[in-house]
Design a protein around this ligand. Structure first.
Ligand SMILES: Cc1cc2nc3c(=O)[nH]c(=O)nc-3n(C[C@H](O)[C@H](O)[C@H](O)COP(=O)(O)OP(=O)(O)OC[C@H]3O[C@@H](n4cnc5c(N)ncnc54)[C@H](O)[C@@H]3O)c2cc1C
Length: 467
């Protein structure tokens, strides 16, 4: 087996950047759903802890609400119940019943919904799935589901923020995804020592252990098809023969640039009509001091965050946000190898609409705006302590990852882009061509892409048996 990667390292969105003794994970920083990692590594005959040390974070994360209130969400559930009692009457029991529901649906999803492929409409008519499916709130938005459970703005935001991991908004994401609260409150937020890049390098190590050859700096230009069969691929360097091809590159890019129109499952019109997940403004900033006001994960949430969602998801309003909610990751809080002694590694992320204007001037202005807001909230000088800075934004996603319209995350999880309605794992035009990754079911996030790979591995195996 050969793996072709256009960039200089493995990991894709989970690449890393180093400068002046600071190391930044460029993409994912939350290690969630440890059960999914365990299952994936077990399929490869390993345990995650055979390849990296895992630490449960406590606090799991910190939130600054606009106006200055700061709360920590802890690994100890009892402390979170106390917090919810402070936020609203009967807060603890409301949180308990919300988490009970999230746990029940999560377990059902893992058992019956996520690890299966959906190829045709009749797959949704499976009797077991239909009886289980009735328990799953998919026709209601997360926003209205949460509003039924909680009254206070802060409690609502705490259970809704995690929808950002799925690249959606509470209004456009089905209530099914309240499972995210079981994921963060019950299963916990973890950190692989050495950063998320350890996950990427461990996957590469396991693949090589199974005999895969990984070819870096080799971009695939064409998938060669004869009638309904892939014969191989062509890169800038050579042409290779293959019995089957699995595409992990961004789906839209692969179909539109590597295949002739008659071999594409989806055309340009299809992609234009999808609801894309956000792009992002990410600043990797190394500072020569430490900010104890910042936890490993800290969220800054605006009171009226709907404006932030509108400028991302409403194409008529797409623009750089005026008052965005944002997120700061400080791995040096947990990991002494992330930054030189006495320094902090700051990763500052603001979701942006895909496909909006991007320029150095816009980035610089936005960088100052966000850093000044951060300084104001934590009451510290940051700009004067910056030792290294890199900004990664819309056009970088498009250039580095061939991301469609610069999306960081592929397709959102709207009702019309869930399960069967996500792009297929198996080409509908070419017999031995498969797709995996965040565009496919089950979707966005490292655990989801591990599940996607498990599904596609089964597909390839069953297809090969049929040949
Ligand atoms: C800023 C950011 C923060 C995130 N935070 C989290 C988080 O905290 N937790 C979490 O679980 N998830 C997070 N995610 C989401 C998660 O990282 C992604 O969902 C997941 O990594 C996507 O994996 P993928 O394999 O589908 O795509 P990718 O990781 O992008 O892999 C696709 C690969 O294909 C390569 N490629 C593209 N075109 C070609 C070509 N023509 N030839 C050869 N190679 C090609 C790309 O270079 C890339 O390496 C985050 C993502 C981003 C961007």
């Amino acid at each position: 087996m050969q793996v072709f990667e256009k960039n200089e390292m493995v990991g894709g969105r989970a690449s890393y950047h180093q400068d002046k003794g600071f190391t930044f994970d460029m993409g994912p920083s939350w290690y969630l759903m440890p059960d999914v990692f365990e299952r994936f590594y077990a399929d490869c005959g390993k345990r995650p802890q055979d390849l990296f040390q895992l630490k449960r974070l406590d606090p799991s994360y910190r939130i600054y609400f606009e106006g200055g209130r700061m709360v920590d969400i802890h690994a100890d559930l009892e402390r979170n119940f106390h917090l919810f009692d402070e936020l609203e009457p009967d807060g603890a029991s409301k949180l308990q019943s919300y988490l009970d529901s999230a746990k029940q649906i999560y377990e059902l999803a893992i058992r019956d919904l996520l690890y299966r492929d959906y190829r045709r409409f009749t797959d949704l008519l499976d009797p077991k799935l239909m009886s289980q499916g009735r328990k799953v709130p998919i026709f209601k938005s997360l926003e209205s589901f949460v509003n039924q459970h909680f009254q206070s703005d802060e409690a609502r935001k705490i259970v809704e923020y995690s929808i950002g991991f799925l690249g959606g908004s509470p209004a456009n994401t089905p209530a099914f995804y309240h499972i995210m609260s079981h994921i963060d409150f019950n299963l916990g937020v973890w950190y692989p020592e050495g950063g998320m890049r350890k996950v990427a390098s461990s996957l590469a190590e396991m693949a090589e252990g199974f005999g895969a050859e990984i070819r870096l700096d080799e971009e695939v230009e064409r998938i060669n098809v004869d009638k309904r069969w892939v014969e191989g691929i062509t890169t800038a360097k050579d042409t290779y023969r293959a019995n089957a091809v699995v595409v992990n590159a961004d789906y839209a890019h692969a179909e539109m640039s590597m295949l002739k129109p008659e071999h594409r499952t989806y055309d340009q019109r299809y992609w234009e009509k999808r609801t894309l997940a956000p792009s992002a403004f990410v600043a990797y900033v190394g500072v020569d001091t430490q900010y104890k006001e910042l936890a490993h994960h800290t969220l800054f949430l605006e009171k009226d965050w709907s404006e932030g969602f509108d400028v991302i998801f409403d194409p008529t309003k797409a623009a750089w946000p005026q008052n965005p909610s944002y997120y700061v990751n400080v791995p040096s809080r947990t990991d002494t190898t992330a930054a030189p002694k006495g320094c902090d590694t700051l990763f500052i992320l603001v979701p942006l609409a895909p496909d909006i204007e991007d320029s150095e001037a816009l980035r610089d202005k936005f960088y100052l705006k966000i850093l000044r807001r951060l300084e104001k909230t934590i009451g510290e000088d940051i700009i004067g302590h910056v030792v290294t800075k890199r900004i990664f934004c819309l056009t970088d996603f498009a250039r580095r990852y061939n991301a469609f319209k610069g999306t960081a995350l592929g397709l959102t999880h709207t009702m019309r882009q869930t399960a069967l309605f996500r792009p297929a794992h198996r080409s509908k035009k070419v017999e031995n061509l498969f797709y995996t990754g965040q565009y496919c079911h089950p979707g966005i996030g490292v655990p989801m892409t591990l599940i996607s790979s498990t599904i596609v591995a089964d597909e390839v195996a069953s297809r090969s048996r049929g040949l």
